[in-house]
Design a protein around this ligand. Structure first.
Ligand SMILES: Nc1ncnc2c1ncn2[C@@H]1O[C@H](COP(=O)(O)OP(=O)(O)O)[C@@H](O)[C@H]1O
Ligand SMILES: CC(C)(COP(=O)(O)O)[C@@H](O)C(=O)NCCC(=O)O
Length: 412
């Protein structure tokens, strides 16, 4: 193939950058999440002057027409420890300037980007220094809830259950969505009782979360990346490390209290009775046991909080999950076991991007207003809300976190 025909990733990024509109960030303890909208590359040439403008269409709702922008919602993540890569990406793509290279900062007006998460405080000066932008901070819990509600409302087949290798999409009835428990498993874990749009309370949390899995896993297995740790856990057997009920009860179940001989009596408990050192254990088995320990514990605390408030549905988000079958299965089994089948664990396809999507939705709509105001549509809407049509995501595509989904945005 002629190498000139090959579009490199960098080229394709730069091509895309001319159509960027609107960026929001969630800067967490472990990962930085970016959500940005890109318009479709679909220009109408205006007669002989050759002025091109983005093609918009009109959406009719009831008796009113609304201008519509067609494009993509893009998702990208970076490790927070590699924040420089993230800054470089934003710079290369001109995401902070709406993709417009000409629109360098004049100094008179600082561009503000919506951002949430602890890093929006920690790295505010760095963003100012390196990109000349200020971070317009939004509360992390507000954003998580807004993001979860938005995704559950607009993305087709966003929520699913996972148990015993069976994945089942859940049809969300908008009139029967609330109340629910949102459990966000990031570096730490937050548990939020959600009763409606903007109506929520953070009811619990635990510091034993994704950061604990990754941190302990790194120390114990010497693996170099989170993906490697997940991969190890996939291949391991926790029986080599955990003390089971059967180990204590001479191979028998403790049926009186509902514990089978294969249930874990004590995570990592086998290590105390064996004359072995860390090097004598398989890293795979350690990773597996650790993943079960953390997931079981979160599943149990989640169930207890659901019980506290009589909630039947628990939605799990956060990048700890990474759609890892074993993690989802462990959380589901824990919730199912403790609630005796009363409560259901559910997962979100855009699990790690709840906060970033929430920050994105909170943006003021000036850019969009300008963009739409220049278009063929005469009627400028009074109230701009960033509404998005029901989004279809191909269900057979396994997403690794960086992706884009087709959508159309309209001001309603
Ligand atoms: N590529 C990755 N690098 C580091 N951690 C990852 C990665 N993918 C998933 N994780 C897990 O996700 C957790 C972070 O989840 P996230 O929802 O982004 O939280 P935070 O907002 O605290 O960064 C990490 O602690 C780790 O367990
Ligand atoms: C402090 C945090 C809100 C920060 O969010 P994160 O970056 O972990 O997504 C979270 O780590 C948390 O809720 N930790 C648990 C603290 C506790 O309730 O004990």
């Amino acid at each position: 193939m002629d190498p000139r025909e090959v579009e490199t990733e960098a080229n394709s990024d730069q091509n895309q950058s001319s159509n960027v509109y609107h960026l929001a960030l969630d800067i967490g303890g472990s990962l930085v999440k970016l959500v940005y909208f890109t318009k479709d590359d679909d220009h109408i040439v205006d007669g002989e002057e050759g002025i091109s403008r983005e093609k918009t269409s009109v959406k009719s709702k009831g008796s009113r027409d609304y201008p519509v922008l067609n494009g993509k919602l893009n998702f990208k993540k970076f490790e927070t420890s590699k924040i420089n890569d993230c800054l470089q990406f934003i710079k290369t793509m001109n995401l902070h300037l709406g993709g417009n290279q000409q629109q360098e900062n004049t100094g008179s007006q600082t561009t503000a980007i919506k951002a949430t998460g602890g890093g929006s405080y920690k790295y505010a000066d760095l963003f100012k220094e390196r990109l000349g932008i200020s971070l317009d901070k939004e509360d992390e819990m507000d954003c998580l809830v807004a993001g979860a509600n938005f995704l559950l409302e607009v993305v087709h087949q966003e929520a699913f259950t996972y148990m015993g290798d069976q994945k089942q999409f859940v049809k969300i009835d908008q009139n029967d969505l609330y109340p629910y428990l949102l459990v966000n498993i990031g570096s730490g874990v937050g548990m939020i009782k959600v009763e409606g749009d903007g109506k929520f309370e953070r009811v619990s949390g635990t510091s034993i979360g994704g950061g604990s899995f990754w941190g302990l896993g790194k120390l114990l297995t010497k693996c170099k990346s989170f993906d490697e740790l997940l991969d190890l856990s996939y291949r391991g057997n926790n029986r080599a490390v955990d003390m089971l009920v059967g180990d204590i009860y001479g191979g028998m179940d403790y049926s009186k209290i509902g514990l089978s001989s294969t249930a874990i009596a004590s995570s990592f408990g086998r290590a105390i009775s064996e004359n072995k050192e860390l090097k004598d254990y398989n890293p795979e088995d350690i990773a597996r046991s650790l993943l079960r320990l953390i997931s079981n514990n979160i599943g149990q605390i989640s169930y207890l909080n659901a019980l506290r408030f009589g909630l039947k549905r628990i939605f799990f988000g956060g990048f700890f999950i990474r759609r890892h079958p074993f993690t989802m299965d462990t959380l589901s089994v824990a919730v199912n076991f403790w609630s005796k089948g009363e409560a259901k664990a559910m997962f979100l396809r855009h699990e790690g991007f709840l906060g970033a999507v929430g920050a994105f939705m909170s943006s003021d709509k000036h850019g969009l207003k300008e963009l739409l105001g220049n278009e063929v549509v005469q009627q400028t809407p009074n109230k701009l809300s960033f509404a998005v049509d029901k989004i279809q995501v191909p269900i057979d595509v396994e997403l690794n976190g960086d992706e884009s989904i087709e959508c159309s945005v309209y001001a309603a």
